[in-house]
Design a protein around this ligand. Sequence first.
Ligand SMILES: [Zn+2]
Length: 72
Amino acid sequence: MVIFAPIFIVLFLFVAWKMYSPSTRNCRWRLNRALNKDGKTYQRCVTCGVEVMTEDGAPPKVCLAGQAEPQD
Ligand SMILES: [Zn+2]
C-alpha cells in the first residue's frame, strides 16, 4: 500500500493547483441578456473569453478555458 502514497500526493497537488490557479481565480463572468436563447443565459468570461450558455443563469464555478474553443 505504501507505493500508492506518492500517487495520492500528486493527485492532491494537482487538485490544489487546479483550484488555486490564477486563470481560474481571475475568471469574471458577465451575462448578456440580449444574447439569451431558449431560456438559457449567455455568459462570457472576460478574462479568458470563453462563452457558455447556462441553464440556471448562474455563472460557471470553474473556468472553462481549455474545455471550449474561444470564438475568436
Ligand atoms: Zn475564465
